[in-house]
Design a protein. Structure first.
Length: 144
């Protein structure tokens, strides 16, 4: 498996597109579809109003290539759902290689506290669109 990567995908102009529950659910579903298709190992995620934060290990392509492909797939679905004419994703996303297991664990914890930092929940495990939520615990890939 490739080394884990921290990915930050902001929405265009930091608009709160992902604050709509149906949009956040689409993003989560598409992340798990990428996992099921064998594109990525999914270690942690949080979907907040203006961004998706993930820790992944890409299998077949670079993290940047996966982000570009994933945004190309998710964009039209989200645009139709939200009735938005232009792309919801900011053109620049962050992909940072996590070179040690300690860095990967720290990034996963940082991703999972994003809903608390955004003021969406007092507890990551209580936030529906975070990998810390109990509904996802058995579906995540462990960090090696």
């Amino acid at each position: 498996m490739a080394s884990p990567v921290y990915v930050h995908m902001p929405t265009r102009n930091h608009q709160p597109y992902l604050g709509r529950p149906s949009a956040a659910e689409v993003v989560v579903t598409l992340l798990f579809e990428s996992r099921a298709a064998g594109e990525i190992a999914l270690h942690a995620f949080s979907i907040v109003n203006d961004a998706a934060y993930v820790v992944i290990s890409p299998h077949e392509m670079s993290a940047a290539a996966w982000v570009a492909e994933w945004q190309a797939r998710s964009g039209p679905l989200l645009q139709a759902l939200l009735n938005v004419d232009s792309s919801i994703w900011q053109p620049e996303s962050t992909c940072d290689l996590l070179s040690s297991s300690g860095a990967a664990l720290a990034a996963a914890r940082m991703v999972e506290v994003a809903p608390v930092q955004a003021g969406l929940s007092g507890n990551p495990a209580a936030y529906r669109y975070c990998s810390a939520h109990p509904r996802f615990q058995s579906d995540l890939d462990p960090l090696d």
